[in-house]
Write a protein that binds this ligand. Structure first.
Ligand SMILES: Nc1ncnc2c1ncn2[C@@H]1O[C@H](COP(=O)(O)OP(=O)(O)O)[C@@H](O)[C@H]1O
Ligand SMILES: [Mg+2]
Length: 208
């Protein structure tokens, strides 16, 4: 098991956002967390990815408790990757420069391979505003993968994309998961169920 979470409960002040959630993921799983807006998907994803500390519950990465990980910044930098609804690419830098900014000790041949795998090798010298929304999100995926994370977390990654581009992103996630990267995505787009190996439905902070 690459990721295990047990009894995850989270309150924002006095408001219960997650209620005793259990979760597990294996290497190469493509898992979709689905549910209506406000159901608790982002809260769960933030907790699983170590960005948010839950009010209660336990989390383990490769069997090691998150609370025992000495350098949580290094963990976030190297072991996990993140993508959000907005791409957060820097407008003044080319796509390749954006990727290199995030890369720690990575050879350009490795970066070239990632560009090819994500289907955007032709636009690497363009600026973010010169490419399409789907291409920008692929660039954000390359950036998230550049330090070879074991798990890629994506929160509503297709929220700004049309259905055609969304499905291309899901296809890419499927390919990436087959090559061993664990993918965990939160989305309200039910179309994802045609691509993910496992669907987890959240409602009012509980897993159905
Ligand atoms: N930073 C926050 N402060 C207070 N309440 C929050 C915060 N973030 C989310 N919530 C509340 O927690 C619940 C779950 O939200 P969220 O995890 O964002 O759901 P989803 O991603 O499924 O839309 C909602 O009721 C939301 O209003
Ligand atoms: Mg959300």
């Amino acid at each position: 098991m690459i990721l295990q979470a047990g009894g995850i409960t989270h309150y924002y002040k006095n408001d219960l956002a997650l209620d005793n959630v259990n979760f597990e993921a294996r290497r190469g799983d493509f898992i979709a967390i689905v549910g209506e807006s406000g159901s608790g998907k982002s809260t769960l994803l933030s907790i699983l990815s170590s960005l948010l500390r839950p009010s209660h519950g336990e989390l383990f990465f490769e069997g090691k408790a998150y609370t025992l990980i000495k350098d949580i910044d290094a963990f976030r930098q190297k072991e996990v990757g993140f993508i959000f609804q907005f791409h957060y690419l820097i407008g003044y830098l080319t796509i390749l420069e954006n990727i290199k900014l995030a890369a720690i000790n990575k050879k350009s041949t490795y970066i070239d391979t990632l560009f090819k795998q994500c289907g955007i090798e032709a636009i690497k010298d363009k600026y973010p505003d010169e490419i399409s929304g789907g291409q920008r999100q692929r660039a954000a995926i390359v950036r998230a993968l550049v330090n070879s994370p074991k798990i890629l977390f994506a929160d509503e990654p297709t929220g700004n994309l049309d259905s055609h581009n969304s499905q291309n992103i899901y296809e890419l996630f499927k390919t990436l998961s087959k090559s061993g990267t664990t993918i965990i995505i939160a989305t309200h787009d039910r179309k994802v169920s045609e691509y993910a190996d496992k669907i987890i439905e959240v409602k009012d902070g509980k897993i159905l």
